[in-house]
Design a protein around this ligand. Structure first.
Ligand code: PLP
Length: 518
């Protein structure tokens, strides 16, 4: 059958396609994805398993999808909902009337990365006199800070965290502050290991130096306060801490809103002021943007508003309870298996484990878990930290945790039986010594083909010429079904060529001749 979507230019069909056929093709495409619901995917999605919530959020999204946040005076509904979200986030994070931070203000952004870029931009632009601004972050801080530094031409001073605690040392953070430092940041908790940084101590050293302190609570800002209410020993990390000047919290994570909504809060409006961009020096409308995007759909904001209203405070407390219990059971399951150890005792909603000496190959284990229907996230080794497996635990996991332990034990046994992935010696030597400059496009294509990236047939003779996407059916996408070889290769590469390799691999996938629906 001729694939018209390829021939005629991707999504643009020649004569239009009937609605039900279009939806059927979306569903067909979606069937190749990891399961977003059902509690077996431990990354990327946040599922509370609240009946009817998806439908409610979708209906709210539909109501506001065409509303434009570009001009809040034209669409006061959006302003009202955005203010309600900021108000809720402020209250959850220790701001608002009757607290030590009554003047908290904020903005809704598209996600954690945008919130962090804006936190850095705001701190940078608060000091126009500093010509070469810098920020200080622990090595466990989210990669979005590096992206912010890169986009904004701010130097990034990374403070290594002790391997034993995975928590930054406030004295080391203090020592990294220089006269040009405009922001000190920390995490509550870190994504990789779920560890809550010593926020009070870090904020104190930042305040002593007269520098802003941002708490990246994108991941845990919505759960830690509820865990504290449940009696968990959550250290102070919010606006109750003097010296904390801004906090980010993603509503599309543990507030369980559909994707596209984070909140960036500032302790007061004066601290927020440099966040805005205004421009009147052109013949069109005066542009005044609090966030990076100018035109913004009201859809995600309305969906988040509906989600918060529907779940409510009591609902979030209940969801935190089942999530906490699920975390405890999953951690027990890891402790029960010989050959694995937790990277850190869980103190939030992450379970992260690694292999002990003589334990299974983690990348093979991840594949074995995938075969058993559990989708975990491998994390590559880095600066003295071993490779690890990350589980983001959400409420939907709770009913399934009893199944995880036996499957984990079985997967570990299978991974041991299969043995570790061994890169051919010359490939390991090549990758270990790679520099980004040495990675020619030909070398990348050859490597990708050898690894099975680019769909079935890529890299073997019979498939030569078919190109990516030639296959159909389960497992015939652009990635091989088993990823251990790819992960082992990436793990062997130092960070700079690792980045380049990934950019090139993803570049191979992002081609317009991909994405055929039929
Ligand atoms: C701690 C932390 N900060 C920032 C981010 C970036 O968020 P996003 O993926 O929404 O841009 C994440 C994402 O996982 C995170 O865990």
């Amino acid at each position: 059958m001729i694939d018209e979507s390829r021939v005629a230019g991707g999504a643009l069909s020649p004569d239009g396609v009937a609605a039900e056929d279009v939806l059927a093709s979306v569903r067909r495409l979606r069937s190749a994805d990891r399961p977003t619901h059902g509690g077996r995917l431990f990354a990327y999605v946040y599922d509370p398993a609240v009946p009817g919530l998806d439908e409610l959020a979708a209906a709210a999204h539909r109501e506001s999808a065409h509303v434009n946040g570009l001009d809040p005076t034209a669409f006061p509904s959006l302003l009202a909902m955005e203010n309600a979200l900021v108000g809720a986030a402020g209250r959850v994070l220790g701001g608002g009337p009757g607290t030590t931070a009554p003047d908290v203000v904020g903005s809704v952004t598209s996600g954690g990365t945008e919130s962090l870029i804006l936190a850095v931009k705001t701190a940078r632009d608060a000091h126009p006199e500093i010509t070469a601004p810098r920020i200080v972050v622990p090595s466990t801080a989210h990669a979005a800070f590096a992206k912010a530094a890169h986009y904004l031409r701010v130097a990034l001073d990374v403070v290594p965290v002790p391997v034993a605690t995975l928590r930054p040392d406030p004295a080391a953070m203090a020592a990294a502050i220089r006269p040009e430092t405009v922001l000190v940041a920390c995490s509550a908790p870190s994504y990789a290991h779920g560890v809550v940084d010593p926020v009070a101590e870090i904020a104190a050293v930042a305040a002593d130096a007269g520098v802003r302190c941002h708490v990246d609570a994108c991941f845990g800002g919505w759960t830690l306060p509820y865990l504290r209410r449940l009696g968990e020993p959550v250290p102070a990390f919010d606006f109750a801490v003097p010296g904390v000047t801004s906090i980010s919290v993603d509503l599309h994570k543990y507030a369980y809103a559909p994707k596209g909504v984070s909140v960036l809060l500032h302790r007061n409006a004066a601290l927020r002021a440099p966040q805005y961009f205004a421009y009147a020096d052109w013949p069109g409308y005066t542009m005044i943007n609090p966030v990076i995007a100018s035109t913004r759909s009201g859809g995600p904001i309305a969906a988040a508003y509906a989600t918060l209203r529907h779940i409510g405070d009591a609902g979030y407390l209940r969801l935190a309870t089942v999530t906490r219990d699920a975390v405890a059971s999953l951690a027990d399951a890891v402790r029960a298996v010989d050959g694995l150890r937790l990277m850190a005792e869980p103190e939030s909603t992450v379970v992260c484990f690694t292999a002990t000496e003589g334990g299974p190959d983690l990348f093979v284990l991840v594949d074995e878990l995938t075969e058993r229907g559990w989708h975990t996230q491998p994390q590559l080794s880095y600066a003295g930290l071993p490779a690890s497996v990350h589980l983001t635990v959400t409420a939907a996991v709770a009913p399934r945790v009893a199944e995880f332990g036996p499957d984990l034990a079985e997967a570990v046994a299978a991974a041991r039986a299969a043995g570790p992935v061994r890169l051919p010696a010359e490939l390991a030597a090549l990758v270990g010594a790679l520099t980004p400059e040495a990675l020619t496009p030909e070398l990348v294509v050859g490597l990708a083909a050898g690894l099975g990236l680019g769909g079935p047939g890529a890299g073997n003779e019979s498939g030569a010429g078919n190109g990516p996407g030639a296959g159909s059916g389960p497992g015939s996408g652009p990635l091989p079904e088993r990823m251990a070889l790819v992960n082992t290769l990436l793990d062997a590469a130092p960070p700079a060529p690792r980045e380049r390799l990934l950019v090139e691999f993803v570049g191979l996938l992002q081609r317009p001749d991909w994405g055929s629906a039929d």
